[in-house]
Design a protein around this ligand. Structure first.
Ligand SMILES: Cc1cc2nc3c(=O)[nH]c(=O)nc-3n(C[C@H](O)[C@H](O)[C@H](O)COP(=O)(O)OP(=O)(O)OC[C@H]3O[C@@H](n4cnc5c(N)ncnc54)[C@H](O)[C@@H]3O)c2cc1C
Length: 403
């Protein structure tokens, strides 16, 4: 019998397990497959290294000190944060996830690999454990609290009754590859391309000769665009292709996977003896698709909530509510709601507002700073900011009308 079972040993589950193990509780991490490389760009913000995993400094992951963002009509906004001393990292997810697992295990958690969680064990209608499929048959694990951290494909999240199946319009669909070969990219910079539909593409250098490259669609545009087709188009886009002068590139790995696109599913976060964290609960930024940071924060806070509940010998829904009402979780929920509303604005009329925003940023330093604060520092732009974009669109329309 464990104190806590955590299904899924990704960023959210590992951080949660580490917190609980450090507090002296008996924790089991149930993982489907530790050899699986999660399809992901692998961009890890400086906050993760500074606050949650200082050990990452010792790794050889490439340091990123700037970004170029491109609108659908390829206007560029470049920002360099090198002087701030807050380098981001581009990680290989297989290596990164196994590092996080090691931190959790070193703290005292028990990792059970090759365990696919598929259902709960009940006693008098109360959830008391998890059933897994393993190569040698079904296994059962019991605990006082269960934490669902097994991402987008979670079976337990649906079995819990807290949330239903993802609707295709509330997710993103993305495909990416790791390619090896010569390129002329700035190795300390990431490249992000907004598209004319709800979607984006990225090129993230992993080393001098390796890149993680990919693209995706989200919400209703999942239904209008074929993922393989937009991926081929992105790879052959002259604005992308010119970075890769060789005839052939070695494909080290490719994968496709869904991600949440509408922010946190705030009504499904906890129940009696149960919490849902990370992707399984929608902790991904609706604009950038960045989810590793929010996964780690949600895992940490769910872990701390479980520590308190176990200490008070009360694992009821009422007790676990403090996970959702924690100020950092509330901040993420608010921030993602705002970002989702901005997505609607940016992608109006084939991304016209984004195009205008990048044009205005090129002409006006103050406006440019507001764009940078919004994309890189989560600051909310003023009302006038959006009005200026709309007025600029109108000016362009007027010019076309007159000519
Ligand atoms: C293509 C793509 C690109 C992305 N790029 C970025 C990026 O550059 N930066 C960023 O911050 N975010 C990015 N994200 C989002 C990021 O990958 C996720 O938000 C983050 O990995 C969520 O962590 P998690 O622990 O909640 O879930 P996951 O990372 O999905 O981990 C879930 C774990 O549970 C395991 N599992 C699944 N089902 C079961 C089961 N039934 N039983 C047991 N174990 C199970 C899995 O094997 C996995 O180890 C991207 C997502 C996609 C799809």
């Amino acid at each position: 019998m464990y104190d806590v079972l955590i299904s899924g040993a990704g960023p959210s589950g590992n951080k949660c397990a580490e917190v609980l193990a450090r507090a002296g509780f008996k924790v089991a991490l149930l993982e489907r497959n530790c050899k699986w490389r999660k399809p992901c760009g692998g961009a890890v913000s400086a906050r993760i290294m500074q606050k949650y995993y200082p050990q990452l400094r010792k790794f050889n992951f490439l340091r990123i000190t700037g970004a170029s963002l491109f609108s659908a009509n390829y206007q560029e906004l470049e920002y360099n944060w090198g002087q701030r001393g807050t380098d981001s990292l581009i990680v290989d997810r297989l290596e990164f996830d196994n590092f996080l697992r090691k931190v959790a295990v070193d703290a005292g958690a028990t990792l059970h690999d090759n365990n696919y969680s598929f259902d709960f064990i009940y006693k008098e209608k109360k959830r008391i454990g998890v059933k897994t499929k393993t190569p040698s048959g079904t296994r059962e694990y019991r605990a006082k609290i269960i934490i669902i951290a097994d991402g987008m494909s979670s079976k337990l999240a649906m079995r819990s009754g807290l949330r239903g199946k993802w609707d295709r319009e509330e997710i993103g669909m993305a495909k990416c590859s790791i390619l090896e070969g010569p390129n002329i990219l700035d190795k300390n910079k990431m490249y992000l391309y907004f598209r004319a539909y709800k979607g984006y593409g990225w090129i993230f250098p992993q080393s001098k000769t390796r890149v993680n490259i990919g693209c995706g669609t989200f919400e209703e545009d999942n239904l209008r665009h074929d993922l393989n087709q937009i991926y081929t188009e992105f790879m052959n886009d002259p604005h992308v292709k010119h970075f890769f002068p060789a005839e052939n590139y070695k494909n080290i790995w490719s994968g496709a996977y869904p991600l949440p696109a509408r922010g946190v599913k705030e009504h499904c976060l906890y129940g009696d003896g149960l919490m849902i964290v990370g992707d399984a609960a929608g902790f991904v930024s609706p604009i950038s698709g960045e989810g590793i940071h929010a996964a780690i924060v949600s895992g940490q806070i769910a872990g701390e909530t479980a520590v308190q509940a176990l200490g008070a010998d009360d694992t009821s829904k009422k007790m676990l509510k403090s996970y959702k009402t924690h100020p950092n979780i509330k901040k993420i929920i608010r921030n993602f709601k705002l970002k989702h509303s901005m997505v609607e604005f940016f992608y109006e009329n084939k991304g016209i507002n984004l195009n205008s925003m990048f044009s205005l940023a090129e002409k006006d330093e103050d406006f440019r700073n507001q764009v940078i604060n919004m994309f890189f520092f989560n600051l909310t732009p003023s009302k006038e900011f959006f009005e200026r974009i709309r007025n600029f669109n109108q000016e362009i329309r007027d010019v076309f009308h007159e000519s």
